[in-house]
Design a protein around this ligand. Structure first.
Ligand SMILES: Nc1ncnc2c1ncn2[C@@H]1O[C@H](COP(=O)(O)OP(=O)(O)OP(=O)(O)O)[C@@H](O)[C@H]1O
Ligand SMILES: [Mg+2]
Length: 217
């Protein structure tokens, strides 16, 4: 398998000045599912930000290689290309003051995106959101009108509609009931072979679909 990401000797304390003194090294191969777990504040979300290229100035010690190139040496074109291939579901998802459909499609109505949207809306883990879409059509939605679990799944659907090569899921089931969590995990396991996933979680079930686990201490 091709090596997609190579993290070498990252120290969260150097990056955030308040993290644990750790020395993190691991690799992610193409189409691999990798799970990151560990204590709150250990640096899991910071690692995700480093992979996205959002902390290049702070990366003084340790390296992050993407496709065998040091991310701090990316040109703006290389960073833009990387941005296109990654989708990130952060721990806190923002809802746009727009319709449910636009919150997921993000105003990209290319035929491939619309067909992906329809496919995702037909999944069992989106059953209640499908009803919301039918009932409210073009009405604007807001964070106040949605449950935490609905906001979380809108964020996941939004990321999946980008058809990413790498999907980063940060605590993506923390607000879900066990049944919907299982439905979503089953769905992700069916996608194996078509994308790479980095799962950050405190919950045990999402880790079960991972090929490799990395404990962040
Ligand atoms: N924006 C920030 N500015 C300064 N320090 C930060 C910032 N975000 C996080 N930190 C610090 O960096 C360290 C790592 O935080 P991070 O969010 O990566 O942890 P985590 O493992 O994702 O935790 P959790 O499981 O609670 O989400 C923590 O000590 C935190 O206080
Ligand atoms: Mg976190």
């Amino acid at each position: 398998m091709n090596n997609l990401i190579n993290i070498n000797e990252l120290n969260i304390n150097d990056i955030m000045s308040s993290g644990s003194k750790n020395n993190i090294s691991f690799r992610i191969s193409e189409n691999e599912y990798v799970g990151l777990y560990g204590n709150s504040g250990s640096g899991k979300s910071t690692i995700a930000l480093c992979i996205l290229g959002l902390l290049t100035k702070e990366l003084k010690n340790g390296t992050v290689y993407i496709n065998n190139k040091d991310i701090i040496k990316f040109t703006s074109q290389e960073q833009a290309k990387w941005n296109q291939s990654v989708a990130w579901v952060p721990q806190h998802i923002r809802i746009l003051n727009s319709s449910l459909k636009e919150n997921i499609l993000f105003f990209n109505h290319a035929p491939t995106k619309v067909s992906k949207f329809e496919n995702i809306m037909s999944q069992d883990w989106m059953n209640d959101i499908r009803e919301l879409l039918l009932n409210y059509q073009d009405s604007h939605i807001s964070e106040k009108s949605l449950s935490g679990g609905q906001i979380q799944r809108i964020g996941i659907a939004r990321a999946l509609c980008r058809c990413p090569k790498l999907l980063i899921l940060d605590e993506f089931t923390s607000a879900l009931d066990k049944s919907r969590e299982m439905m979503l995990i089953n769905y992700l396991s069916q996608l194996k072979g078509s994308l790479t996933i980095l799962i950050v979680t405190h919950r045990p079930r999402p880790l079960e679909i991972c090929d490799k686990l990395v404990h962040i201490v």
